[in-house]
Design a protein around this ligand. Sequence first.
Ligand code: NAP
Length: 292
Amino acid sequence: MTAQLIDGKLIAQQVRAEVAAAVAKRMKAGKQKPTLATVLVGDRTDSATYVASKGKACQELGMGSISEHLPASATQAQVEELVTRLNADRAVNGILVQLPMPAHINEERVLSLINIEKDVDGFSPLNIGRLAQKGREPLFVPCTPYGCIYLLEKAGVQIEGANAVVLGRSNIVGMPVALLLIGKNATVTVCHSRTRDLPSVIRNADILIAAIGKAEFVRGDWIKPGAAVIDVGINSRPDATKKNGYRLVGDVNFDEAREVAGCITPVPGGVGPMTIAMLMRNTARAAEIQDP
Ligand code: NAP
């Protein structure tokens, strides 16, 4: 059996086209351009690249972007002042604080300061709290977990009643994706570094979401035949045939898994492109909430 490939690149393009159309409609109606403010603290090159690609996506979809950059030496008070100023700025619809911040900054305090109506990354305790409670709706769902669920739904995977295994329990992927799956009536098992006998737990999964950051960790014979596999991992493996000397792989051994699974996301080109697409969707929604 060869799994159906879930084309995240194509699905992300479709989401982006829908967002661009919604933005154009707002502009035509004389409304303010949906605008995302990014906050980068410090000089991590990966964070600078992520922030730049978010700004570029805004421009491509006709949205505004404001990029704020504080030095690594910025104090807690300076970061909090910046977020407070962006909260009050009516030209800003969404605020994204790029994580991780330098170790001396208390991330939780910064995230909890973001106005819930502008929390397009969905990480403020209020949004996460609502996600965790039955019958409550978060204003914004965190972008990568949102992308995972969107891909499952687009691939026609039945979530209700399914046994779902989430590999990883991080604040940004594993835990929110598990909460979303519970909200959609899956029966969810969350695995982490202390889980015993992972292969036998994973073999029960109709849906597997892998988010641990370990290259090709999940083997093909751990996967239930016909399962849906969403691979969130982004890891590099040395590869002399590549110009840059490496290639990206997921947390799942793709070549083995595709022979067993019913459908699977590739890396790259699976979950990765969905994260920014969902951020753009959340930003357009923020503008809609603030100025219907
Ligand atoms: P993280 O914060 O490092 O969390 C990793 C999780 O995996 C932890 O819960 C950890 O368990 C668990 N884990 C680690 N080793 C394990 C093992 N051998 N067996 C079972 N569980 C294990 O990672 P993250 O931020 O969630 O990211 C996970 C992966 O997704 C990374 O490759 C990252 O690059 C990728 N990612 C991709 C996107 C995207 O847009 N596609 C977005 C975010 C992240 P403990 O809790 O017990 O430590």
